[in-house]
Design a protein around this ligand. Sequence first.
Ligand code: 1GP
Length: 249
Amino acid sequence: MGRVEELLRRTVAARGAGHLTLIDPDSQSAAVAAEIAEAATSGGTDAIMVGGSVGAAGVVLHETVERIKEKTNLPVILFPSSVAGLCENADAVFFMSLLNSRSTSYIVENQVLGAPLVMRYGLEPLPMAYIIIEPGGTVGWVGDARLIPRKKPELAVAYSLAAKFMGMRLVYLEAGSGADSPIPAQMVAGVKRAIGSDVLLIVGGGSRSVGAATEMVAAGADLIVTGTAVERSSDVTAFVSDLTRSIRR
Ligand code: 1GP
């Protein structure tokens, strides 16, 4: 286990839950992305995720990571939608398989193409199952996901258990960026009960309010991801600070 995963695990063990700020390099300039990262750091976020379904690649991605690293000492974790979402100046990468994709491309092929780059770039790979729940948004469409119905927590549990049995140490339940509502609490609770404390449960998509994030942590989420809410906030430090204070023990 590498340094970034250890840090996330220590945070969850000590404080009950952690917060990840997602920045999509395609949504703003690198300079603005860096300001958001700096403000989120002041608000107490635990790491910065960088990635997006469309356009988060090449020079834009590299520059965004570079500028973010000038403004924060927190780990920068890549959240790639394909092999193109890798770059050498980040600290770690969610080395993820979109388990409920119909396309082998998102389950294993991009991972095969990306693995030698992860090695060459010295990125810490965090082995993660990525599971997309309705409505799924852009990532559901791009990733050709067989969306798990919101009313079928048992399907999310089955996927998550399969991930655990295959040795993945993180499970990410994704409702899709900008979803109207976050992952149902009952689904979060069922998945956490099944995977236990040794697998970190990340929940994201549609967590716009402090209340929603707190509810998901109460249900069993270890790490909450917010992207849209942070991007749209007029005071990122205050928003992240309220959120992190309320999800922590
Ligand atoms: C998307 O789960 C993340 O991959 C974040 O979603 O933009 O809705 O916070 P939001």
